[in-house]
Design a protein around this ligand. Structure first.
Ligand SMILES: Cc1cc2nc3c(=O)[nH]c(=O)nc-3n(C[C@H](O)[C@H](O)[C@H](O)COP(=O)(O)O)c2cc1C
Length: 192
């Protein structure tokens, strides 16, 4: 039987690796926020993982609903699933939104030109449209913006840090599933 601390450390390492590799199943995760009485859920890209305290990071358009929802209520839930290894990670998190500050600037400077154009859209995300529009400047639909013009995207760029309050790992196994929780630096089994 594997020690749950070892499983935990292994999974945290997988999360760190996933930041760098788009093919890693943990490269994207499902983020749920609270919108009045309804949960809202969507996929985002894992951009960073930091330790002590454990935080996961993603980027978002500051004008988007998810950011509005996190400003209104900083509590969120996160889901990762590795289909091949059959491991699910659930997290309860609290959000810090970095917008027009030192942290957002540092992250923006590390953002690829290709990603920057997503923040240059004329419309706020979720705006009702009469006709199709990809919401990137038309001149850059098939190309990357030059560095100087790409800086316009910084007006809408935000970097979100999710501090993990509670973590639930489920590892499916033919010879008995393993499930455990990590909270307040305590780690303990729970029934699968
Ligand atoms: C594979 C994938 C990755 C995505 N990554 C991000 C991301 O990193 N940040 C983001 O804001 N939206 C991302 N999106 C788009 C969101 O899922 C969502 O559709 C959009 O941001 C609007 O969400 P909202 O209205 O809840 O704010 C991604 C979508 C997919 C399918």
């Amino acid at each position: 039987m594997q020690n749950i601390k070892d499983i935990y450390n292994f999974e945290i390492n997988c999360l760190k690796e996933a930041v760098k590799h788009a093919s890693n199943p943990y490269h994207t995760f499902v983020l749920s926020t609270i919108n009045e009485n309804f949960p809202e859920t969507r996929t985002v890209v894992l951009r960073d993982v930091s330790i002590s305290p454990l935080k996961i990071h993603f980027n978002a358009d500051y004008r988007s609903n998810k950011v509005k929802e996190l400003i209104e209520n900083k509590n969120s839930a996160v889901l990762f699933y590795d289909k091949d290894r059959k491991v699910q990670i659930r997290m309860k998190c609290t959000a810090t939104i970095n917008f027009q500050n030192d942290i957002s600037l540092k992250k923006w400077n590390a953002t690829a030109l290709q990603s920057r154009k997503c923040y240059m859209g004329p419309y706020a995300p979720s705006t009702k449209l009469k006709d199709w529009h990809p919401n990137v400047p038309e001149e850059f639909i098939d190309s990357n913006p030059p560095l100087e013009q790409s800086q316009k995207g910084y007006d809408n760029f935000s970097h979100i840090e999710l501090t993990v309050l509670e973590l639930d790992i489920l590892k499916l196994r033919y010879n008995g599933h393993i499930r455990f929780k990590v909270e307040d630096e305590k780690i303990y089994y729970i029934s699968p």
